[in-house]
Design a protein. Sequence first.
Length: 237
Amino acid sequence: MTDAEWAEVRSAMPVPAWLLKRGGRPEAYCHREMLDAVRYLVDNGVKWMALPVDFPYWRAVYDFFRRWRAYDYVRELYERLRRSVRERAGRNAEPSAGIIDSQSVDASETVGEDSRGYDGGKSRDGRKRHILTDTEGLLLEVTVTTADVHDSKAAPVLLETFMEQPGRLLKLVWVDSAYQGPPLAKAFARHGVRIEVVRRSDGQRGFVVLARRWVVERTLSWLSRHPVDAAAGPPVG
């Protein structure tokens, strides 16, 4: 990452326990080098053991990533950065409105049948990303299911996961017509969140930019252009 990026990330980094005099030992590698190594692995889809020698030893990088995942530091860092971006834009740190949508993607041949499904509507055999964003397109929450799970079934879980964190202010969510049904309405009502369906006008054909929904669709396109997170699994080799 560039010096400017690192300055931004460094200010939002979770502070290690040893720096707060709460025990533990100092880490042997610079956090910037570790984050660069993880980003390289995710971006290029290489095996852990195939990390270039320019980065710290692959086992140290993997242990760093595993520790951050176990303590949910990745989420904490991202949420700090997200709040900072919103505040600089003159908005509240926590959004009061968001957009939900999903995207089915084909799974590779190494993905087992127990974690994949077929989305007949999109002709996709794999998994489905269900995402909640703010009105700027910044990710608020992500849930991954098999591709055959209907959007209305996954949305309550997506909302529950986001709203269980303290300080949430979400009151309105824009969705498409797939997000309907009593279970979904009940889950949203429990948190005082209102659903507003954005529909296509009668007679519209082909690609049409829809109010509000284009924001979450843009975020899904960002995800599509980024390689699959190869860091999610154990070391290979």
